[in-house]
Write a protein that binds this ligand. Structure first.
Ligand code: SF4
Length: 440
């Protein structure tokens, strides 16, 4: 299910307003900025991967039946396990009084925590129905934290489709957690914090490489256990593992931490440059760095070569969705020689993407935000070989004979690091192979 956002159930209603289409510049690139109807999931979607990451956390969506349906459809696999998310449905009968809704929320949380003593961290996740907007979830979280701490910490963030696109749910979640991070000790040695949910297997691979590079201590945020929150302070350097964490990065900087600028760890080159940023901060000798990463880098390059015959020269068009678009475009153009027709992204964070933009081919056509109809027109006119887009656009475009890749898959699949580089290429090659087979 694709949730049209910004403006409630659908922002087609904004179509009456003339949509400005200014061309601005971002470094060497012209950027087309557009506003209008968008087609993306809302921030609740982040729960699908966050509940797997923080294993003793629970996500209680305070929302409507639509929210419950989205979460259950997107994360239906959880019916086989002890659920770590649910929806408290606030429907119209609660509009009679906010006090009733707050009391009902307290009752739901109390019942949940009595039944599930394993929960250590409870997120109240806001959504966009008007009755939920009227509820002050930050006060509710503070009230419930007072009641249930120290056994359970209760926090809140918004996954509302009015405020967030789907990967921003993770940003809002992690940003809400930053004030709870312990202060690093006064004489702590410098530490590295890797920020952004990664699959456990990817974390373990990076941890081994950091260890060989002499980069330590290394911690991950979010942690696997809610009570193992990493300390933060002026001696903390952090590397973003995901490009959609603007609020989290700002909150960490406000705690004194320093961001290490780097491209994101996608592909062999991206992984090396990302690791290099940490190695440079720890003053690892260049020769030692090369000796540590070279075997993994060469292995990844050999694995990628397998996909070049399929992908080289193919033209790819990105609709804005996950905020992974710019790093993916860099990977596809530099490591697989694909041609970038348009790289659309919901937000272009100039600082966080600076190292990525520097690696894009000159003249790459970037767009930020979306006016869906106009972008569809540009896509149809260009007839790219591959379109990377949200679920809601994929089927109609396939019906028009275009080949698509669901961007949501790129978030749900482990794609970071050397050992996943070929899996990432495979995600783009597979729809092209399928289309070629259908054409025979
Ligand atoms: S938060 Fe808003 S956009 Fe997301 S499922 Fe709920 S009602 Fe729909």
């Amino acid at each position: 299910m694709s949730i049209p956002v910004a403006g409630g159930a659908s922002n087609r209603s904004t179509g009456g307003r003339p949509a400005p289409a200014p061309i601005e510049r971002c470094g060497d690139f012209p950027v087309l900025r557009q506003r209008g109807q968008r087609e993306v999931f809302c921030g609740l979607t982040g729960i699908v991967w966050l509940h797997r990451k923080i294993q003793d956390a629970f996500f209680l969506v305070v929302g409507s039946r639509t929210c419950a349906h989205l979460i259950q459809s997107a994360a239906g696999v959880m019916i086989f396990a002890e659920p770590r998310f649910a929806t408290a449905i606030i429907d119209e009968r609660d509009l009679a009084g906010l006090a009733d809704a707050n009391a009902e929320l307290d009752r739901v949380v109390t019942r949940l925590l009595e039944r599930r003593p394993d929960i250590r961290l409870l997120f109240l996740v806001g959504s966009c129905p008007s009755e939920v907007i009227k509820l002050d979830l930050s006060r509710a979280a503070a009230r419930l934290s007072n009641i249930f701490s120290p056994a359970v910490r209760v926090l809140n963030y918004s996954g509302s489709g009015i405020e967030t696109t789907f990967t921003q749910g993770e940003d809002a979640c992690l940003a809400s957690l930053v004030p709870s991070l312990p202060q690093e000790e006064a004489h702590a040695r410098p530490s590295l914090l890797v920020v952004g949910a990664l699959a456990d297997v990817v974390e373990d691979q990076f941890l081994r490489l950091f260890d060989e590079l002499g980069v330590a201590p290394v911690r991950f945020f979010p942690p696997r256990k809610a009570m193992a929150l990493p300390p933060v302070g002026p001696r903390t350097r952090f590397l973003l593992a995901q490009p959609f964490l603007a609020d989290t990065a700002r909150a960490l900087e406000e705690r004194g931490a320093t961001r290490l600028a780097a491209p994101f760890p996608l592909g062999a080159e991206g992984s090396s440059l990302w690791l290099r940023a940490a190695a440079d901060a720890w003053e690892t000798a260049a020769a030692h760095f090369q000796a540590v990463v070279e075997p993994a880098q060469q292995r990844a390059e050999r694995a990628l070569a397998h996909y070049r015959s399929e992908l080289t020269g193919k033209r790819v068009f990105f609709f804005p969705d996950s905020q992974l678009e710019v790093p993916l475009a860099r990977f596809l153009s530099r490591e697989l020689s694909m041609q970038l027709v348009e790289v659309g992204t919901p937000y272009l964070h100039k600082q966080h993407l600076a190292a990525e933009l520097a690696l894009l081919p000159p003249g790459t056509s970037l767009s930020e935000g979306q006016h869906l109809d106009k972008q569809l027109d540009r896509c149809r006119a260009a007839r790219p070989d591959l379109v990377v887009c949200g679920l809601g656009l994929a089927n109609p475009l396939e019906a028009e004979g275009l080949t698509t890749k669901w961007s949501v898959e790129l978030v749900f699949t482990p794609i970071q690091g050397y050992d996943q580089a070929a899996d990432l290429a495979e995600l783009f090659a597979r729809p092209l192979v399928r289309r070629a087979r259908l054409a025979v």
